[in-house]
Design a protein around this ligand. Structure first.
Ligand SMILES: [Zn+2]
Length: 466
């Protein structure tokens, strides 16, 4: 039975929807229904929304008009989604450049606020949202977290990375970091999400027990129903609890930013008495895909986004083959993101999910495109496949597989118990050679810590670029 407070929060959201511009709940109701439509109905809806967006962008956004005209494209002539393949793909860099040149005419618009992307490397990317569009994004967020069984009014907690815009630059020193409509967001998180935001891991190396201890204490005391965190955080918590012989945590549902293998996910689920869910939800495009209770990858929200998986030549890849993720946001008309290449790799499945949702399935993210290793045999191996080798070895606690600028590959391994066993080294080396090629130079080194990214995320697989 739902608590009175959940019913109160949902009723309040409903009233806000009727009486104020805070109408996320109305969109959420619609989105909830959409997910159970048939795939054909959803594809039809996507195409209608796509066509409308493309025609709008062509006639009102100089950036797209110029780009498409020079490619000889008129979206009015499009007859199906296949025609989308003629549109040039756009990168973050091109969008940043276009913003600088006011090619979205933002200087002539008002009533919007910016969302900043986490910006692990290079230029920051900011996407503007009107309040109305932000409500739709919030509705998308709600749909993905409701899929795990959490509802408004139930306790939740988050351990974000230190560069998360939630912290407004407190740890990163980048004080322009923020989410759009911050006061609205913070009030919703506090009152309706009952969100406890824990201190992020604030250091460059893993291995600081005091921070992990503070998470353990906070989670033990607060007892959230749902935790949102990152892949390496859960691994550090498990190791800390085991090493110190502490009472286990019971967290019913956990969202993890990152990709685990099935075996590791199941080990963590049993350790934390939790069910781990994945979702793909970058800041600028909230709720692109989310897991359901079946856990075969994630449902792509095709009522709100068009998602493509492309090869090097921009052609669609076959099901289950890794491709570059390219997303079109069907709702943001202020700064439309049309065939936006995110820099992430992914794959999709041809079969529908057994849960009955009409949304097609994509797999968990295969890694960042910039971390693709340059291999001597010229094959392309998804970073997640490299990480999977080490994740599946129970005696490995944390790790990082790095390819340096000379092409040499080193696996830094923090074992659960020191020293790292010789047999484990051989197992890792053999598996990496089998996956990456016999003529690669591969070294396995025991390490005490792993170096984190400047924004506080952990890259399990990393290509060092000159
Ligand atoms: Zn499903």
């Amino acid at each position: 039975m739902q608590s009175i407070y959940t019913l109160f929060c949902e009723k309040s959201y409903d009233l806000l929807s009727l009486l104020t511009p805070c109408n996320a709940w109305k969109h959420f109701q619609l989105l909830q229904k959409n997910q159970w439509l048939s795939c054909d109905e959803l594809c039809h809806m996507r195409w209608q929304k796509l066509k409308q967006l493309l025609i709008f962008a062509y006639h009102t956004i100089p950036f797209y008009r110029t780009l498409w005209q020079s490619a000889g494209i008129q979206p009015e002539k499009f007859t199906s989604e296949r025609d989308m393949l003629d549109l040039p793909v756009v990168t973050k860099k091109e969008l940043i450049e276009a913003q600088k040149n006011d090619a979205f005419l933002l200087s002539k618009k008002h009533g919007f606020e910016m969302a900043y992307t986490s910006g692990t490397t290079g230029d920051r990317f900011q996407v503007p949202f009107t309040f109305a569009c932000y409500q739709k994004k919030y509705a998308n967020h709600l749909r993905q977290v409701y899929a795990c069984g959490w509802r408004l009014g139930m306790k939740s907690a988050a351990i974000h990375y230190s560069g998360h815009s939630q912290f407004k630059g407190k740890y990163s020193g980048r004080h322009e970091d923020r989410e759009p409509f911050m006061s609205f967001r913070e009030m919703a998180l506090k009152l309706a999400h009952r969100r406890k935001i824990l201190e992020p891991y604030n250091g460059i190396q893993t291995g600081d027990d005091t921070q992990v201890a503070s998470w353990y204490e906070a989670l033990m005391t607060y007892k959230p129903y749902m935790l949102e965190t990152m892949d390496y955080v859960l691994l550090m918590l498990r190791e800390y609890i085991e090493r110190n012989g502490l009472q286990p945590l019971h967290i019913p549902k956990t969202y993890v930013l990152g990709t685990y293998t099935k075996a590791l996910r199941e080990r963590l689920e049993s350790f934390f008495h939790t069910e781990i869910f994945n979702r793909f939800s970058p800041h600028e495009i909230e709720g692109v895909a989310y897991a359901c209770e079946v856990h075969r990858g994630m449902h792509m929200a095709i009522d709100s986004y068009h998602v493509e998986f492309l090869d090097d030549n921009g052609r669609p890849v076959e099901p289950e083959k890794t491709g570059f993720l390219v997303v079109t946001d069907l709702d943001n008309y202020l700064m439309p993101l049309i065939r936006y290449k995110l820099g992430d790799l992914g794959h999709y499945y041809a079969e529908p999910c057994t849960c009955g949702r009409g949304f097609p399935l994509m797999g968990d993210i295969d890694g960042r495109a910039r971390d693709l290793f340059a291999l001597k045999n010229r094959s392309v191996v998804a970073p997640a496949k490299i990480a999977a080798i080490l994740q599946d070895i129970p005696s490995v606690h944390l790790f990082q597989v790095v390819q340096d600028t000379s092409g040499n590959i080193t696996a830094f391994v923090v074992p659960v118990r020191k020293p790292l066993q010789k047999e484990t080294v051989v197992t890792i080396k053999n598996a990496l050679h089998k996956l990456l090629g016999e003529d690669e130079s591969i070294t396995v080194i025991e390490s005490d810590t792993i170096t984190l990214e400047p924004n506080g995320k952990c890259s399990f697989v990393k290509q060092i670029t000159p």
